[in-house]
Design a protein around this ligand. Structure first.
Ligand SMILES: Cc1cc2nc3c(=O)[nH]c(=O)nc-3n(C[C@H](O)[C@H](O)[C@H](O)COP(=O)(O)OP(=O)(O)OC[C@H]3O[C@@H](n4cnc5c(N)ncnc54)[C@H](O)[C@@H]3O)c2cc1C
Length: 80
């Protein structure tokens, strides 16, 4: 069915990041997505921890995203 080496199911952030990582290694992939539209439920923010930043560095997008990021020196989780 597909000539590409890897088939990724789902075009969420994980599917797209996987496709980019594979492309950087010279591995072709195709992404299948069942939804015909973008998801309409919006989030508020994304918290990226140090290991996440290391992944973004590897993907070559960290420097772009750092301009929009606010460094958190500490945080507190409050459970209601
Ligand atoms: C209402 C809401 C608000 C959120 N707010 C935040 C936030 O503010 N900050 C934050 O960091 N995170 C937030 N999240 C969490 C964040 O959206 C998820 O952690 C993230 O989207 C997970 O990415 P993913 O690629 O693993 O999965 P998804 O983004 O869910 O992507 C999976 C994709 O696979 C597709 N798919 C599923 N099954 C198939 C199939 N059989 N064939 C083809 N395609 C398929 C789906 O349609 C979907 O597009 C929120 C989530 C929700 C629901």
């Amino acid at each position: 069915m597909y000539d590409d080496e890897v088939v990724i199911i789902g075009a969420g952030v994980c599917g797209l990041a996987t496709a980019l990582a594979l492309q950087k290694k010279g591995i072709k992939s195709v992404i299948t997505e069942k939804s015909e539209t973008l998801r309409n439920d919006t989030g508020a923010a994304i918290t990226i921890r140090p290991n996440g930043w290391r992944a973004l560095v590897q993907l070559g997008v960290a420097n772009i995203l750092r301009h929009a990021a606010i460094p958190l020196q500490r945080h507190k989780v409050i459970v209601f």
